[in-house]
Design a protein around this ligand. Structure first.
Ligand SMILES: [Zn+2]
Length: 360
């Protein structure tokens, strides 16, 4: 899909800053976009790349020229991506990443947790930089996960990053400057994305074709994470918090028949549905933790406070941090297709150990 400024939820400040740079012909050759979420970063980087390569000089990207049209499937010959990857990654893996990106630019590309930006990828970039662009006189390189540069790969890249030939543009994306190498960080001009407000997420979801009801529910529950909202708005249920109440109660009481009953309901709806519940449960426990720490998050509070107050009282007996770890582990297993029944059974057993008064 083509990305337009209005498609980037809540990013007016960012899009105006970029457009301003274009107007004054001050497009940085090395731009680092910082944000909280990989999905939004990806989409923002693609939009900037589209503007750089667009044939129109005033207020790019026009969305209509032949260059812009090639962004439809991200097949522009002068647009290149660098993904963090496992050392064993193949060309086909990278192609798949680009296909995923072009189909769902707002959903974070699936890269292994331990993946780095490989030195082989950097060498490929250096090679492309040293020859001229295929079509126009510009070429753009988008680096996702720029915090995953390891020293070796960074060293191979520094000279290119510092003195790119005319017409070469680097767009680096990162959610974590704390882990970024100083050598890379100091050579880039930085632009921040803004945190997204629930209202912007609601409008975004509605524009993607989700019902008003779902859009409202998920804009609040996703806690500012666009990727989470998008992923779970596609599942069946709407009010996960309400639906979770009986299940959490069963967990708290160690009531195995109750847990099993809920599992039978979830089993019919598939893995994504179960993941959505576990994600909602994670948010709920995180909310409990925040309230416990005396810093309720006003974004989620607005709509959930009524329900939340009474729920929290019940869960004071649970070791919340340990509970969150169990949930995280269960979601990790489900995503890697470990049997759902076993995963949920294990979750119930683990939770039983974490509730004060239930015993070991
Ligand atoms: Zn254009």
């Amino acid at each position: 899909m083509l990305i337009r400024p209005a498609d980037l939820p809540g990013q007016l400040r960012f899009t105006q800053a970029v457009q301003n740079a274009f107007q004054h012909q001050r497009i940085p050759h090395s731009l680092l976009i910082l944000g909280k979420e990989d999905g939004l970063l990806q989409a923002a980087a693609i939009w900037v790349a589209q503007a750089i390569l667009c044939g129109k000089t005033s207020e790019p990207p026009c969305g209509e020229c032949s260059s812009c049209q090639k962004f439809q499937n991200l097949t522009h010959p002068d647009l290149h991506f660098v993904f963090p990857a496992a050392a064993t990654a193949t060309t086909e893996d990278f192609r798949q990443n680009i296909r995923d990106l072009s189909e769902k630019p707002f959903e974070p590309v699936d890269v292994p947790e331990t993946a780095d930006i490989l030195i082989s990828s950097v060498r490929e970039v250096n090679k492309l930089v040293s020859r001229s662009a295929f079509e126009g006189d510009r070429q753009v390189f988008i680096f996702l996960g720029a915090e995953r540069f390891r020293k070796e790969a960074a060293n191979a890249f520094l000279k290119t990053l510092e003195e790119p030939p005319a017409g070469t543009y680097f767009i680096l994306c990162s959610t974590d400057t704390g882990s970024m190498l100083q050598t890379i960080l100091s050579r880039c001009q930085k632009l921040n994305l803004d945190p997204i407000q629930p209202e912007d997420i609601r409008k975004f979801l509605e524009k993607q074709g989700f019902s008003a009801e779902k859009s409202i529910a998920w804009s609040v529950m996703c806690q500012g994470q666009l990727g989470v909202a998008l992923r779970f708005a596609g599942t069946e249920s709407i009010d996960y918090y309400q639906a979770l109440h009986p299940y959490l109660n069963s967990l708290m009481k160690g009531d195995l028949p109750g847990i099993y009953e809920q599992y039978q309901i979830w089993e019919k709806s598939g893995k994504d549905e179960i993941l959505a519940y576990l994600q909602a449960m994670t948010f709920f426990l995180q909310d409990c933790l925040r309230v416990k720490a005396g810093s309720p998050d006003k974004l989620t509070r607005q709509d959930l406070s009524g329900r939340f107050g009474s729920l929290y009282a019940d869960y004071g007996r649970l070791d919340l941090s340990a509970g969150l770890k169990v949930l995280d582990d269960s979601m990790y297993k489900l995503q890697r297709n470990v049997h759902a029944g076993l995963t949920l059974l294990n979750l119930a057993i683990q939770f039983r150990k974490l509730v004060r008064g239930l015993g070991k």
